[in-house]
Write a protein that binds this ligand. Structure first.
Ligand code: ADP
Ligand code: ASP
Ligand code: MG
Length: 814
């Protein structure tokens, strides 16, 4: 005997019913078949909805029933011809007449008991199974309808009836001897109590019906035919890259289903496991896919974790107090009190100090649970030996399941690491001694992110998804986007990074696509997108709650720096080419650095100094390895270097500055460069990274611009520079006469820093600098006489973008 169960989707329409029957026809060639069927997909929900509406005095239930009646009639018309069709349509009409009468009664009474609801729900499976029997016969199959209520005996707990296995087994055996059909078509989900009243086995219970019949008949196989190709490594609705698990043990399948893998109703496993009946999960819509085989001892694979699942709607109840330490009986009283209220305990943890016991319950049980526990411990609470129960709602369990976990240390470490890096806070943990399951309790809002992160960590070691939120697609930003577009495939192939740009924003528009923007089409799309304020943009990043999120600030906007802290606190990494934050007051800089540590999120700003040159990285490597930076000497402004390299008196100074701006080497406001303040910010950042507590006001800036140049707007600046040409010329001539070159130099030594224009003699490390080059000389305990030199192009959109890119990759690989 083979038992094949077809779920709601598999019988949702005439077309699907035909597919299911084709599978049954094939199986029946090997021997007799029991075909257990669900209601037509969605029917049970609609019947419940109708019943509840009727009880609430809402006559809309009639429309729902009319709609359901028509769905069944339509399927009958498609599946059956002539006489059989007429007969079936009449039968369907008669059954809907009964349903209508039942609901009218509920409407009149304004009350829907569990018992009536069971009766109402049972029509879903009764209708589908009768229709499918007729369709099977019409196809020439030797099929007959068998009423599950004559087979499955339950107690009278309507809604979630418990099965009396002995009576069920006897009834099944009796029927097997008397019923001659080669194919039995049996409605799933329903049974009857000793009085013959219709009961149901709990939502999703048709799987269980099939398992009970398989066990009672000692079937050779139980097949669960559904709409996915097996039990998967995670819920495919939450994790796109979930994949079927080919073979799994009963124990593991049971854990996964208990912890939310809806594909199998949890009680299903027990009856078949007891008899060692193999259980297949197969896809009605891809019958040749392998599916999942659930068996006693699947072949060992390298997979340590088999699957990840989750249950929502959880609340934690924490019983705490000094009065519990060493006093026996507290847990027993707690659980007894909950049991009296029929409150199911989903998870338990207790600290070894016995100071607290924490239990997880369904969220809807929170209030009754609190009441019953506070009552049970009223005396202790009054005496202050126990705290009143503090429930915490809005939680969920995410569980890792796998029998091999017990032999592998480091699984929890990886679990906590992956969640921690993504700012998912773990509220409680439970691990059974069998180590088949590690459960973590987290915020319900974090479930999707957590499952995806864990799926990546345990199943896709080769691929890590990174989600970028880019602010400021200007000069540098658009180059960065071009580079990202060009390198996406390379990053995936070589580094296993799937880098997606989820949002691009400027001050006027914000373009978002949670699945990753098309990096060739963004400019047009952005122009159409609505505006978001900076605070809203930060909120959006936090609310999307995507794993491995990185905020990339490619602006020079001071306000942008205000959102970093809030993002780091949510474990969103920050990559900034914007210098404002790192050069703002020390307290702010230090706070960002410490948030980055505390929340395990990178805060990187290599491009703040020398564009893509490895200046900060080198400095960090030196100090991390114990070296001490004594002195730094540097030319840090590509703009000033460009200007002084190109100014020889043949063209006005103002014109050379204009060229630098046109070629994109200057800050948006070139006065920041020319005044020396940009260089001052850079040496400040280097000094801080070298370990100094310094403020901007500690940097001595010896500017060379006449004060008049710094008044008014950018155009006035150019006019003023032109008016002061003779001063620039004098500076140049003096240097040339001395055989030297003009360089704008930043110096740091032992806690002091200055920036200013200097004449540099030939042979000096700073002398020979071309175009927009930067150079930094580090004098440290290890590089005492001869400095460590970092030198190269230090400005320009393309190189700056590549530096930001490198920071993104650094943050992503953390
Ligand atoms: P049926 O109606 O056939 O009983 P269900 O809807 O009850 O089907 O169960 C199948 C669904 O379970 C799938 O469509 C899938 O969305 C969901 N599901 C959740 N977790 C898992 C998992 N780990 N593996 C497979 N499917 C899962
Ligand atoms: N039709 C029932 C439900 O939707 C039982 C089942 O499909 O397994 O819960
Ligand atoms: Mg199901």
């Amino acid at each position: 005997m083979q038992v094949l169960k077809f779920g709601g989707t598999s019988v949702a329409s005439a077309e699907n019913i035909r597919k299911s029957l084709a599978i049954v026809a094939m199986a029946s060639a090997h021997g007799p078949v029991i075909m257990v069927v669900s209601a037509l997909g969605g029917t049970t929900d609609l019947l419940i909805g109708a019943g509840r509406a009727a009880a609430a005095g809402n006559a809309g239930y009639r429309d729902t029933l009319a709609l359901l009646a028509e769905r069944h009639a339509a399927a009958a018309r498609e599946l059956l011809a002539d006489a059989a069709q007429h007969e079936k349509l009449a039968a369907i009409a008669a059954q809907f007449g009964e349903i209508q009468t039942l609901c009218d009664g509920v409407f009149a009474l304004g009350e829907l008991s569990h018992r009536t609801l069971d009766r109402l729900m049972s029509y879903g499976e009764l209708l589908s199974s009768r229709l499918i029997t007729a369709a099977a016969k019409a196809q020439g199959l030797a099929a007959g309808w068998v009423d599950a209520r004559q087979l499955i005996r339950t107690n009278s707990r309507f809604g979630t009836a418990e099965v009396d296995m002995a009576t069920t087994t006897r009834q099944v055996a009796e029927l097997r001897d008397s019923a001659a059909h080669h194919i039995w078509v049996v409605p799933g989900f329903i049974g009857a109590d000793a009085q013959g009243c219709t009961t149901t086995l709990g939502r999703g219970g048709s799987d269980y019906t099939a398992a009970l019949l398989a066990a009672a008949l000692d079937a050779e196989v139980l097949e669960i035919w559904t709409d996915v190709s097996g039990m998967m490594t995670a819920d495919p609705r939450l994790v796109r890259s979930a994949r079927p698990i080919p073979r799994i043990s009963y124990q593991e399948a049971m854990e996964l289903s208990h912890f939310g893998a809806k594909v199998l109703y949890p009680p299903t496993i027990q009856p078949v496991m007891k008899r060692g009946i193999p259980l297949w999960i197969k896809n009605t819509f891809a019958p040749y896919d392998y599916g999942t085989l659930v068996e006693v001892e699947p072949p060992r694979t390298a997979a340590v974790v088999q699957g990840i699942s989750s249950i929502g709607n959880l609340a934690l109840l924490n019983l705490e107090g000094s009065g519990m330490v060493g006093v026996p009986g507290f847990s027993q009283r707690l659980f007894a009190a909950l049991a009296r209220e029929r409150i199911n305990v989903v998870l338990i943890t207790q600290s070894s100090s016995e100071h607290s016991i924490c239990v997880g319950v369904n969220e809807q049980d929170t209030t009754p649970a609190q009441a019953v526990v506070d009552e049970e411990f009223a005396t202790e609470i009054a005496a202050g030996r126990i705290e009143p129960l503090r429930p915490e709602r809005g939680l969920a369990i995410v569980a890792l399941v796998g029998e091999n976990m017990k032999d592998h240390p480091g699984i929890s470490g990886k679990l906590f690491g992956a969640l921690g890096q993504n700012g998912v806070n773990i509220r409680a943990i439970a691990q059974g001694a069998s180590e088949k399951n590690i459960s973590t309790v987290i915020r319900a809002a974090d479930v999707q992110k957590a499952i995806n992160v864990l799926h990546e960590a345990f199943f896709e070691a080769t691929v890590k998804q990174v989600n970028l939120f880019i602010l400021g697609p200007g000069n540098v930003g658009s180059k960065l986007l071009e580079q990202l577009a060009r390198q996406q495939q390379h990053l995936l192939d070589k580094l296993g990074l799937q880098v997606r740009v989820v949002a691009i924003a400027n001050s006027r528009h914000c373009l978002v696509n949670e699945n990753g923007l098309d990096l060739t089409a963004w400019p047009d799309e952005l122009a159409q997108a609505p505006a978001l304020s900076l605070a809203e943009f930060a909120q959006l990043i936090i609310a999307r709650n995507l794993r491995n999120s990185i905020f990339v600030d490619v602006t020079a906007n001071p306000a942008a720096a205000d959102i970093y802290a809030g993002l780091l606190e949510k474990s969103v990494a920050v990559v900034a080419c914007n210098k404002v934050a790192a050069s703002s007051d020390y307290a702010h800089y230090a706070r960002l650095k410490s948030l980055s540590k505390e929340f395990n999120a990178s805060y990187l700003f290599e491009t703040n100094v020398g564009a893509a040159l490895p200046v900060i990285g080198t400095l960090n490597d030196l100090t991390r390895s114990g070296d001490v930076v004594r002195r730094m000497e540097a030319v840090l402004s590509g703009t000033l270097n460009f200007v002084f390299n190109n100014y020889d008196g043949s063209r006005p100074f103002a014109e050379v500055v204009r060229q630098a701006q046109a070629e994109g080497y200057t800050e948006p406001d070139p006065r920041l460069d020319l005044s020396g303040s940009d260089v001052a910010r850079k040496i400040l950042i280097l000094a801080r990274e070298a370990g100094q507590v310094m403020e901007m006001s500690d940097i001595k800036v010896n500017g060379f611009l006449p004060p008049a140049c710094l008044e008014g707007d950018v155009e006035a600046f150019y006019t003023q520079m032109a008016a002061h040409e003779s001063q620039f010329r004098a500076l140049y001539d003096a240097a040339t006469k001395a055989g030297k070159r003009l360089k704008f130099v930043a110096r740091y030594a032992d806690g002091h820093a200055t920036v200013g224009l200097q004449q540099v003699a030939p042979g000096h490390d700073l002398y020979d600098l071309r175009g927009k080059d930067n150079v930094v000389l580090f004098y440290t305990d290890r590089y005492l006489d001869q400095p460590l030199v970092v030198k190269g192009a230090g400005a320009g959109a393309e190189v700056t973008a590549s530096g930001v890119f490198a920071d993104i990759i650094r943050a992503a690989r953390l």
